[in-house]
Write a protein that binds this ligand. Structure first.
Ligand SMILES: *Cc1c(COP(=O)(O)O)cnc(C)c1O
Length: 476
């Protein structure tokens, strides 16, 4: 290999030239999407054609077209007509922290491979712990995604609540976790990875509004216990993904206390409401939990992936993956924050803490107050728009910024309506002006919106409803 290859690869001049060009594309992209100048949220292509394009591009594409093609062949979360999956339209300043993390590549598995970021991670997670109203015994960590964070929390729960050392010696009794049937599928997956099996996931039925039916807890607990299953944790969703319904965390906390269970709050989406003066009441009881998950890349305006996992007791954070017996570790009094890598599933991770820190530093937590409040308010306005329109009905009143609704037509059977709504969604996807998703709830097909974009207004949502009516008429 020649030196000139690496001189070219690492040329600061070349980087500056390419970087400045990309920055101008990105700035234009932000302008054209946030203002809605771009007529489309995505330009649909079939998987086969998209694959053909990128195969051909590798051979024949012009290098300078790489970034423009990526920018046009993707779904634009910054567009106000983006109302789909729960990822944020990242605040542009966090694009810069992501770039800096990519440059430095300090993996954070040990302190000296991320001195600043290890300290910053402690600052940030301590701030969130205080916001949850955890006391000084608490601590947290940042990890790559809510899925991994939920698994980590359940591993901590098992370590803390089960006397037998499963981590080192494997199972000797059937174990179980209680969770609402509406919870995110990653809880199910985590329990399966932990070897609990289907029988170890005790599913609690949901109320009419899709939140956990608290009145079923005792019965479900007794039933599982009578089969010899030792339940060690209960998970509350804040909110659940499909409908955005918050479980009654306060009641779950009381139940957990009574049965000596670990209480985990999956606030991947809406844990951020702790910052909303208006909506933090939805999280009443969160302060009694043993652990909480909050995604930065959902309701906190950051790029994927960054998730805060907060523990009421820092010893539990430290013990999760420790090989030693617990009694030895209980001697550790101080928060072992300089060894953040010991507390996470990952070895190497990105310097994700910078996204949180820079938003706190430059904008303060009032940014999150304003954002969450705005989006949750918008869902309520959308609910009113739908209520005033005889062509639509909602699945349940929105508790967050997630709202499921469907087109209705009294002349059609339930099956025909399911098919019609599925077809509407496919037509909208291929049209590309708006982006929304879909879900099946108790056998009924719904269109699903997550109002993630701060530039979405009731006017956009009215246009969406008009468009759906037009589409419905052309199909049926
Ligand atoms: C999105 C979500 C998850 C999964 O988080 P990722 O960051 O996508 O891994 C878990 N639970 C809930 C409630 C969610 O909304």
């Amino acid at each position: 290999m020649s030196n000139s290859l690496f001189e070219k690869l690492y040329s600061p001049k070349q980087f500056k030239k390419q970087g400045e060009k990309l920055l101008s594309y990105i700035s234009k992209h932000i302008e054209n999407t946030t203002t809605g100048v771009n007529p489309k949220t995505l330009v649909w292509n079939t998987p086969v054609k998209e694959l053909q394009f990128w195969n051909a591009f590798l051979e024949e594409g012009k290098k300078e077209n790489f970034f423009p093609e990526i920018l046009s062949r993707t779904t634009h979360t910054h567009h106000p007509k983006y109302t789909g999956h729960q990822v944020s339209a990242p605040a542009p300043i966090t694009i810069l922290t992501a770039m800096t993390s990519a440059l430095l590549n300090n993996g954070m598995a040990v302190y000296e491979m991320g001195m600043a970021s290890s300290a910053i991670e402690k600052v940030v997670t301590d701030l969130i712990c205080r916001k949850i109203s955890y006391d000084n015994q608490s601590s947290g960590l940042l990890t790559s995604g809510g899925t991994l964070a939920n698994l980590t929390a359940l591993l901590s729960a098992r370590k803390a609540k089960i006397k037998h050392d499963v981590w080192n010696h494997g199972y000797n009794e059937p174990l179980g976790v209680m969770v609402c049937e509406q919870a995110h599928y990653c809880i199910d997956r985590a329990a399966k990875i932990m070897g609990l099996g289907e029988k170890g996931i005790i599913k609690i039925p949901s109320n009419q509004d899709f939140s956990m039916d608290i009145s079923q807890l005792e019965k479900a607990y007794q039933e599982a216990s009578s089969k010899g299953i030792k339940i060690f944790a209960i998970v509350g969703s804040a909110p659940s993904t499909a409908t955005g319904a918050y479980d009654d965390l306060d009641s779950i906390a009381n139940f957990a206390l009574e049965k000596n269970l670990w209480f985990h709050v999956d606030g991947a989406h809406g844990g951020a409401a702790i910052y909303s003066d208006k909506y933090k009441y939805l999280l009443k009881g969160i302060e009694k939990s043993d652990s909480v998950v909050i995604d930065g890349h959902k309701m906190m305006l950051m790029p994927a992936l960054t998730t805060a996992l907060l523990f009421k007791d820092k010893l539990n954070a430290q013990n999760t993956f420790s090989q030693k017996a617990d009694y030895l570790l209980n001697d550790v009094e101080e928060d072992d924050w300089i060894n953040s890598g010991k507390k996470t599933f990952e070895c190497t991770k990105t310097m994700m803490c910078m996204h949180w820190y820079i938003l706190f530093k430059f904008y303060g937590e009032s940014l999150f107050n304003e954002f969450v409040t705005n989006q949750y308010d918008l869902a309520k306005e959308f609910e009113i728009l739908i209520g005033n329109n005889p062509n639509f009905e909602i699945a349940a009143a929105p508790m967050s910024n997630i709202l499921c609704f469907r087109y209705i037509d009294k002349s059609k059977s339930p099956e025909e309506l399911n098919l019609l709504n599925a077809t509407i969604r496919q037509v909208l996807l291929e049209d590309g002006e708006f982006y929304l998703v879909q879900t099946k709830l108790r056998g009924t097909h719904y269109l699903r919106t997550s109002l993630m974009n701060p530039f979405t207004t009731p006017e956009h949502l009215n246009q969406l409803l008009d468009k759906i009516v037009t589409v419905a008429h052309t199909i049926s």
